[in-house]
Ligand binder design. Sequence first.
Ligand code: MN
Length: 410
Amino acid sequence: MKSWATVANNSDFSIYNIPFGICRKNDYTFVASRIGDEVIDLSKVANQGTFDHLGIDSKVLSSNFLNGFIAQGKAVTNGVRTALQKQLTDKDSILNKDKSPFIHISEVEVLLPVDIRDYTDFYSSIEHATNVGKMFRDPENALLPNWRHIPVGYHGRASSVIVSGKNIHRPIGQTKPADGPPVFGPSQRLDFELEMGFIIGKPTEVGCRVPTAEAESHIFGLALFNDWSARDIQKWEYVPLGPFLGKNFASSLGAWIVTMEALEPFKVAGPVQNPAVLPYLEYRGERNYDIKLEVSIITPDGSEKIVSKSNFKYMYWNMMQQLAHHTVNGCNINIGDLMASGTISGKDQSSYGSMLEISWAGKNPIEMPDGTFRKFINDGDTVVMRGYAQKGEMRVGLGEVRTKVLPVKS
Ligand code: MN
């Protein structure tokens, strides 16, 4: 496929992608897609008649969130994507004749794409779980007994999910120094977690289960996700009920939701699961995705260092298993629910998905281009995560999730 629109060879937003997001210009908010550095106002494309054959309720295209659009179902949302690809490759298309739906990315505000009611975070990278187990528990028995049997997860906080580009403040809280009583103050161990999030596209009723074979039909698409973590707060509070204030102060979501259809060509086999999983977690086919991921830290002087290169394909538990497990007790899911992979770590330090692992709990600080060292994230640092899949000329990227850390809010 070749588009008449201008797209750089290394753009994440090629004709093969056509993701969805929400943009605002001059107080008008609209459902957008993106090609190269241009966003496409889909409410204006609808006015050109391009989506008439899909029977789409056009109100959903001038909305503050994608939820209404997603609720139209995959036949419509993927129909919109396919119709856009047709318009963008046909030189004689209406869109090529009337380019009024195009706006340069620099001229719009990109908003949180989804109204998220519930957020669940998994813990599905065996490398990450092993590293954390070695550091915090037992180097000999790093994985807890349940880990290879259950896609372990917890319920996170949806209210503090923010879109890429928004700054966060360093959290403050209660921590426990090794050699003294608990203290209160700014977190000294602010960390990122490199994750992928997936957005639920088809709801279920309470009491219903989603089998692995049907799970993909319930997923609208994927976005980059930085699950911010305050390790010192987390370490003191997490026993016995798990993550709380060390996690829920902020999580950053990429602005563009890349559809399952766009990612279909990049499916690969996942790791062999041993011991065999229980029948409700069995799955068929290739259910992991070869998506290259990286994390950069930009120091206050503006210099940037890539601190990790990982890949979504490393996940031990795939999204189909996560969703089957999440719903096996009858827990229902809603359109716009966010589920995240858990930190995506590879085999060695160059591919670890958190500073906790990269600096091995602060024992091995890494040097930055400005000569300073990092165990964790400093005030004034910006953390940028990027991800893309590529096969021949097909490049489908997730863009970036970028967040600057400001000092504790006064
Ligand atoms: Mn996490």
